[in-house]
Design a protein around this ligand. Structure first.
Ligand SMILES: Nc1ncnc2c1ncn2[C@@H]1O[C@H](COP(=O)(O)OP(=O)(O)OP(=O)(O)O)[C@@H](O)[C@H]1O
Length: 275
C-alpha cells in the first residue's frame, strides 16, 4: 500500500471530528475595485492539512494571505464577508494584526532566512517579542520540530543562507513555529526545492499537523494527495473587463476531490485536462 493510500485510510473518518479553526463566510476579496476572489465559504479544520489547488490567478495565495492579514499591507485591499478565527472576527477593529501574524505563521515559496546565524534566525522573533524563557531551549525545540536539528546542531553560528535550499526552507518553518503559532500557512513551500527536500518537507507536514493547523497552496497535485486531508479546488472565470475572478469550485476530503469530484471542472483539473 502506498504512503498516500495509508494516509487516506488513516484519516478517512477523522476530518469531521475536529473543530474549525478558520471559518470563511461569503468572502469577497478586492484589490481596489478589482474583485479578485468571489464568495468563498469554507471551514478550515484543526490539526489537519488543507490544500488549495487551482490554475494560476484563481486567488489561492490571495485567500491564504487573508488568513494572517498579510494583504493589509497592500494599498486598496479590502474584503466583504467574514473570516472567523476561533469564532473571533479576524478583521474586527479590536484585533491586532501583529498578534494575528504571531498566531498564524507563514512560510513562503522561496526560502527566505534572515542573513543571520541559524541560531539567530530562530531567536530573533522571540527576542523581539520579549521572550522570557530559555532561548537555547527554544532554538533546539524549534529546530527539532522542523526536523533540522540533527543537521545543524554543530553549526548554529553559521549563516542560515549557507544552508541548502531544502534546509533553508525547514529553517523558515522552524522560525515560523518558534513563535508558538496555532496555524502555519504555506504558500507553495516546495516549489523551489528538489524532490528529496520536497519529500522531507512533506513528511514534516505530517508531523506538524499533530500540533498545528496547516493550510498549503500547491501547484503539485501529487503533493496535495500526499499531504492534505482536505482539498479546495479554485478556478477563475473571465470578467467583462478582461480580467479573471477566482472562486471556490469544490471543497472536500482530498480523496473525494481526486477520486470522486462532484464538479466537472474539478474532474478536468485533477485529471490534468486544463490548468
Ligand atoms: N498585490 C496585488 N495587487 C493587485 N492585484 C493582485 C495582487 N496580488 C494578486 N493580485 C491579483 O489577484 C488575482 C489572484 O492572484 P493570486 O496570486 O492570489 O492567485 P493564485 O491562484 O495564487 O496564482 P498563482 O498560482 O499563479 O500563484 C490575480 O488576478 C492577481 O493578478
Amino acid at each position: 500500500m502506498s504512503y498516500s493510500q495509508q494516509n487516506t485510510q488513516r484519516d478517512r473518518f477523522a476530518v469531521e471530528e475536529t473543530e474549525t479553526v478558520l471559518r470563511v463566510e461569503k468572502l469577497d476579496i478586492y484589490y481596489s475595485k478589482f474583485l479578485a476572489v468571489q464568495d468563498v465559504t469554507m471551514d478550515i479544520p484543526k490539526n489537519r492539512v488543507t490544500a488549495f489547488i487551482g490554475p494560476s490567478g484563481c486567488g489561492k495565495s490571495t485567500l491564504l494571505r487573508c488568513f494572517n492579514r498579510l494583504n493589509d499591507l497592500i494599498d486598496g485591499f479590502h474584503i466583504d464577508g467574514k473570516i472567523y478565527y476561533h469564532n473571533q472576527d479576524l478583521y474586527d477593529k479590536s484585533i491586532d494584526p501583529v498578534e494575528v501574524r504571531r498566531r498564524i505563521g507563514m512560510v513562503f515559496q522561496k526560502p527566505n532566512p534572515f542573513p543571520k546565524s541559524i541560531y539567530d534566525n530562530i531567536a530573533y522573533g522571540a527576542r523581539v517579542n520579549g521572550y522570557k524563557g530559555n532561548l537555547d531551549e527554544l532554538v533546539e525545540r524549534s529546530l527539532q520540530k522542523a526536523a533540522l536539528w540533527d543537521e545543524v546542531k554543530d553549526k548554529l553560528k553559521q549563516n542560515g543562507l549557507a544552508l541548502s535550499g531544502g534546509q533553508q526552507q525547514r529553517l523558515c518553518i522552524a522560525r515560523a513555529i518558534a513563535t508558538n503559532p496555532d496555524v502555519v500557512l504555506m504558500d507553495e513551500p516546495c516549489s523551489a526545492l528538489d524532490p528529496i527536500s520536497t519529500l522531507k518537507v512533506e513528511e514534516l507536514m505530517h508531523q506538524l499537523k499533530e500540533n498545528y493547523t496547516i493550510v498549503i497552496v500547491t501547484h503539485n497535485m501529487q503533493q496535495a494527495t500526499r499531504v492534505a486531508d482536505m482539498t479546495a479546488f479554485f478556478n477563475a472565470k473571465a470578467t467583462d473587463k478582461g480580467g479573471k475572478q477566482g472562486y471556490l469550485v469544490e471543497y472536500d476530503r482530498t480523496e473525494n476531490i481526486f477520486q470522486n469530484p462532484q464538479q466537472e471542472s474539478t474532474r478536468d483539473y485533477v485529471s490534468g485536462r486544463f490548468g
